[in-house]
Design a protein around this ligand. Structure first.
Ligand code: NAI
Ligand code: 15L
Length: 273
């Protein structure tokens, strides 16, 4: 998209988690969608560039989040704890934080949110399963449970108030797959950006759950329930197969990190401490 400032579709987009791995990538890429990108995180985000506003705050601070939401048209909610952690930490950032986002969205009459959910909302499906977004959640830990909370919360705000959300159950979005499992779960940065673009600009999304994944061989996730978004992955993990040649290091078939889609997350969480 090549638009001049006055032609940009939105006045202001809010990106939470702007200091994080994906936030740093998206910061540049979403500029073409709005005159102003408001960036927020609890961590330092550096200096504001042209067309940027920077607000450093804790998502668990309700008043701060309400202030953050003033004048916002659409929210990309990527902030929070992004791996398994103790419940209190998850509760603070992901549960209280996401609740604060939706309360502020409601009060400020924001029409649409894109919520960075995770494949760990369904991590207890088996790697032999092929699932779609209508199948029940099966979280693999406190982190996955917090993503299920975000999905349910956003469903409620849609049913009660008509606030639209696309929940993207992101697979593994990194520069390249770093484990064999990621050959199945990989989401390239370009495909993530395209899925976000589709989620932000589709005329009607209601409450949609979609899997954020590239066109990888042997995918576990069927995106037909989100076909209305119009997302077509262009990349594939196939080009990285050579990084993981067959070797004795690969977990055997009776290893829970191979049996379940959540992979290594099955070894984390309270029951293993
Ligand atoms: P990240 O951990 O690099 O970034 C998360 C950001 O949230 C950090 O900059 C952190 O400072 C901020 N944050 C944490 N607690 C906060 C709080 N209380 N208030 C304000 N900000 C807070 O994670 P990454 O990889 O960039 O992921 C972004 C989002 O996408 C996360 O919600 C994550 O759960 C989700 N996701 C990412 C995947 C991936 O492959 N990168 C896969 C599945 C989901
Ligand atoms: C996630 O939800 C995490 O945020 C990310 O760091 C990866 O661990 C990813 O899932 C994954 O399953 O690879």
């Amino acid at each position: 998209m090549n638009l001049t400032s006055s032609e940009k579709p939105f006045k202001r987009i809010l990106l939470t988690g702007a200091a994080g791995g994906l936030g740093k990538v998206l910061r540049e890429r979403i500029k073409v969608w709005a005159n102003i990108v408001r960036l927020t995180d609890i961590s330092d985000m550096g200096q504001a560039g042209e067309g940027e506003e920077i607000v450093q705050c804790d998502l668990a601070d309700k008043q701060a989040v309400l202030a953050l939401m003033q004048g916002v048209d659409v929210v990309l909610h990527f902030g929070g704890i992004s791996t398994e952690a103790n419940f209190e930490a998850i509760m603070h950032a992901n549960i209280q934080g996401t609740y604060n986002i939706y309360e502020a969205v409601h009060q400020c009459k924001v029409k649409r949110v894109i919520f960075a959910s995770s494949n760990h909302a369904v991590g207890y499906y088996r790697t032999t399963d092929y699932i779609d977004a209508d199948m029940p959640t099966r979280p693999d830990g406190m982190y996955g449970i917090s993503k299920c909370f975000g999905e349910s919360l956003s469903r409620y705000y849609y049913d009660r108030f008509g606030i639209e959300t696309v929940c993207i159950r992101i697979g593994s979005s990194f520069p390249v797959p770093t484990t064999r499992r990621m050959l199945t779960t990989y989401l390239s940065y370009d495909d993530l950006t395209e899925l976000l673009r589709c989620s932000v600009f589709a005329p009607r999304v209601g409450h949609t759950i979609t899997f954020g994944v590239s066109d990888n061989p042997g995918k576990w996730w069927d995106n037909k329930k989100a076909a209305h978004l119009g997302y077509k992955a262009k990349d594939s993990s196939a080009e990285f197969n050579h990084l993981f040649p067959d070797s004795g290091d690969y977990p055997p078939a009776d290893d829970i990190t191979t049996i379940y889609q959540g992979g290594g997350f099955l070894l984390t969480g309270p029951q293993y401490k």
